[in-house]
Design a protein. Structure first.
Length: 579
């Protein structure tokens, strides 16, 4: 890695600019095949009969070896080919963390398609939007997740599903959608209540239809996949009111998968668990890479539940756990916290709270890193061989292949070295683009993605990230768009206007809080508004608090909006939070 001050031949130190480059990607140790089929083939060849996946379910424990994961993925690929999936066809995956999610992701790639990860937090309006913009042709979905009935949602969104036979759907609303494959829920309270539609086909029937496709066709398609081909589509809330569709190449997945074991300096096979869904790119990146890249296993829990998570970690001797501080707080509060043995844990992300468990002796420090969904997780990382005290607050240097620059947000000029500005990035794991946006709307003239994050670089190229330049709320590891929340609140009767902000929170980083001004003469109930929003928004987007203000307490400014910092101060004062 080198900063511009060191790399720019003949550049005077006093004119050094804020650009830092990682080493060439070709020189990064530990890299292998840069396609999803190539990655799976390589780890299967290495670890064949070793355990790759395990899930404890209501019907017992399911375990797959690497060979079985390859075979299950091949079976999915054959079925998708039989269903008409071709090069770059999009296949939706709407599931909890279960073995079929992983085999569907790899199976889609083996067939030459693009996996589209859909959130199980989605409400009916959100699901409608995701299906509309993603253009999936096949949807593999779990029919019920807790109280969510996705079969019923789909039937409500497209009544033609109730009459069409499998594979014969023609929908004006979802014009590319042709096949819907339903898996029984593993978290539903009562699976017998699942809505049935003639267009839904079982996974067994779907796989049976693929039996006529020769395995050699799958092998041919897998061999034809290139690192630059599209690998997957993820959604992330941003500065607009609706989730952004983020397209990633095959190599974005695999570069990160190969590097996680190296960056974490794992010693031997990792048994990795996460409390978060695989529809978020960070979990797919960290967990799949750390586990399969090291010859270990992914320990699956369909949904986070504290007591069963502790039992699972003990039973499966989990060595790596990726969660958020608020989840660790829930583990501490669980009835079995004091009775479980967590001595197998060696690598814990964000894990200060869980390290307080009496059986945890882990002294591993995660590499302080920075990344975004747009870079398929990390773009810079701190070398854990260095003393953190020498670089307090550093998020490391650019990872191989990456280039970072800091610009003036107004003039777009590169800042002098050490001065604060907006972080811009480019490199091999940077997204291919946003769905529906042209390249010139997404990248600058030099191909950089400008993040909207504030940062600066030191003379050695260390990145110092200082948070968002805009108003996006970071809560529990997820991004929440205030505009999206306020748009939903505007539909509630009696609301004149609202403004949503993030206020400091001990475990979530920020808590979502909405400040609402009622229409004159209206009496609103904050709890009723929250209950209403639970039907409109994913749970992590729903405000923890709705605070009611009068027009006099919350006057409009000239641009019809109060500064977010002022709103945050008002909310903190009302809630008694020190800032």
């Amino acid at each position: 890695m080198e900063a511009a001050a060191a790399a720019g031949a003949g550049t005077p130190q006093d004119k050094a600019i804020s650009i830092a480059r990682g080493m060439p990607l070709a020189e990064e140790p530990g890299q292998g095949a840069h396609t999803l089929p190539g990655f799976l083939r390589e780890v299967t060849t290495r670890y064949a009969g070793s355990e790759a996946l395990v899930m404890h379910g209501p019907d017992g424990v399911e375990r797959w070896t690497y060979d079985e994961l390859w075979q299950r993925s091949t079976d999915i690929a054959r079925a998708l080919i039989a269903a008409g999936v071709g090069k770059d066809s999009r296949v939706g995956i709407l599931m909890t963390n279960r073995p079929e999610f992983i085999s569907a992701m790899f199976g889609t790639a083996l067939a030459g398609g693009v996996c589209v990860a859909l959130s199980t937090f989605s409400t009916e309006p959100e699901l409608e939007y995701l299906l509309s913009v993603s253009d999936v042709s096949v949807l593999l979905f779990e029919d019920q997740v807790l109280k969510k009935d996705f079969g019923a949602m789909l039937a409500d969104l497209e009544p033609a599903l109730r009459e069409a036979a499998p594979g014969t759907l023609y929908s004006q609303k979802f014009p590319f959608l042709r096949r819907l494959v339903r898996l029984p829920g593993v978290t539903a309270a009562d699976p017998s209540t699942a809505v049935d539609c003639t267009a839904f086909e079982s996974m067994a029937d779907f796989l049976a239809a693929g039996s006529a496709v020769p395995v050699e066709v799958v092998e041919g398609r897998a061999a034809s996949v290139k690192p630059s081909d599209t690998g997957g589509l993820f959604f992330s809330s941003g500065s607009t009111s609706l989730p952004k569709g983020i397209l990633h190449s095959q190599r974005a997945f695999t570069i990160q998968w190969w590097r996680w074991p190296r960056l974490c300096r794992v010693d031997g096979p990792v048994r990795a668990w996460t409390g978060n869904g695989f529809f978020w790119s960070g979990n797919i990146s960290i967990i799949v890479g750390s586990a399969l890249g090291s010859g270990g296993a992914i320990v699956l829990q369909p949904l986070f539940e504290a007591e069963s998570a502790l039992e699972l970690m003990q039973a499966e001797k989990v060595s790596m756990a990726n969660g958020r501080p608020h989840q660790w707080a829930r583990l501490q509060a669980a009835d079995n916290w004091d009775s479980v043995d967590l001595s197998s844990l060696k690598y814990i992300f964000n894990g200060d709270l869980i390290k307080q468990h009496p059986t945890v002796t882990c002294d591993w420090q995660e590499p302080n890193s920075f990344g975004t969904t747009e870079t398929m997780t990390i773009l810079s990382s701190f070398d854990i061989r260095l003393q953190r005290s020498d670089y307090p607050g550093s998020f490391g240097t650019p990872l191989p292949g990456n280039v970072l620059k800091i610009i003036d947000p107004q003039t777009r000029a590169v800042m002098p070295l050490g001065e604060r500005g907006e972080l811009c990035i480019k490199g091999p794991t940077l997204m291919m683009g946003y769905v529906g946006k042209a390249a010139e709307e997404t990248f600058d003239d030099e191909g950089y993605f400008c993040t909207g994050d504030g940062a600066y670089l030191d003379a050695e190229g260390h990145l110092y990230w200082e948070g968002r330049l805009n108003d996006i709320i970071k809560t529990g590891g997820a991004n929440v768009s205030p505009k999206e929340v306020d748009t939903a609140i505007s539909l509630y009767p009696g609301v004149k206007r609202s403004q949503t902000v993030g206020v400091p929170h001990d475990t979530l980083s920020e808590m979502v809080v909405s400040c609402v001004v009622p229409l004159e003469g209206e009496e609103l109930d904050g709890k009723a508004i929250i209950d209403f929003l639970k039907q409109q928004l994913a749970s992590f987007k729903v405000p923890r608090e709705v605070l009611l203000f009068t027009e006099e307490e919350f006057p409009l400014t000239g641009n019809e909006k109060v500064k977010a910092s002022d709103v945050k101060a008002m909310a903190c004062k009302r809630l008694g939070i020190d800032t």
